[in-house]
Write a protein that binds this ligand. Structure first.
Ligand code: ZN
Ligand code: ZN
Length: 240
């Protein structure tokens, strides 16, 4: 065993002991949680999205593609969301994004990884939706990048952050109507690469109207992306 391996094992054991002595309270119920930001019971009760439209991730009972995507197919070929964007998930994502609870990045990435681990047609690379540099400075980190780099490592894929830049400081989409959301995202991104891998997955935290990821997909398609997937933690279900 090398000195580094001994050091790493000792650090791991010390951390384990620390967590046993001082467990983290679960964000949702307050009961002690050994490792994750949620206890096992609350994690198991999170609202999984379940059966959904292959193209836009809107819940669907049986059909593969919803009527709206049949009528006007989105640029992305496939959209996946892990959860419905409901109260419990909102609290987790707010805590992750606005209260720097980065342990949620590990939590969400490991759960998303389980969904993709068995696929044999994974994308060439993951591309997180970038934040505008000003917003990145305010927040200190980009939640989509935190998820994407963990997920890329777990799935043995590349995480590319240099392909897409956010060039417009846009208002938060959550304050806007459906129509304003599309306007707000116009020309928000530019692609800085000469070519983009053929099969990509765009990573974001929440998919609401889908305008943010659609605008990114449009730019990446223009630069060579042929198959575009969108992977998000949660899908807002209300109709805009
Ligand atoms: Zn709990
Ligand atoms: Zn659809």
């Amino acid at each position: 065993m090398t000195v580094m391996a001994v050091f790493s094992t000792l650090t791991h054991r010390t951390l384990e002991l620390y967590r046993k002595l001082f467990p983290i309270p679960c964000l949702l119920c307050g009961l002690p949680s050994q490792e994750d930001p949620l206890c096992q019971a609350c994690a198991a009760e999170l609202p999984l999205l379940g059966s959904a439209c292959h193209r836009c991730a809107m819940p669907l009972e049986s059909a593969q593609i919803c009527g709206s995507c049949l009528k006007q197919p989105p640029i992305s070929d496939h959209s996946f969301s892990l959860y419905r964007y409901e109260a419990a998930i909102k609290r987790c994502i707010t805590s992750f994004k606005f209260h720097q609870q980065l342990q949620f990045a590990d939590f969400f990435a490991s759960r998303m990884q389980q969904q993709f681990a068995l696929r044999d047609d994974l994308p060439d690379c993951l591309i997180p939706i970038p934040l505008h540099p000003l917003r990145l400075r305010q927040r200190g980190f980009n939640q989509a990048h935190e998820i994407a780099r963990r997920l890329a490592q777990a799935l043995n894929l590349q995480c590319q952050t240099g392909l897409l830049n956010r060039v417009r400081y846009t208002r938060s989409q959550s304050q806007l109507s459906f129509k304003q959301r599309r306007q707000n995202m116009r020309r928000a991104f530019v692609c800085c690469a000469e070519s983009v891998p053929a099969h990509i997955a765009i990573i974001d935290d929440v998919m609401t109207s889908g305008h943010t990821t659609a605008e990114a997909a449009k730019v990446l398609q223009l630069h060579g992306a042929e198959t575009i997937e969108v992977w998000t933690i949660a899908r807002a279900i209300s109709h805009y």
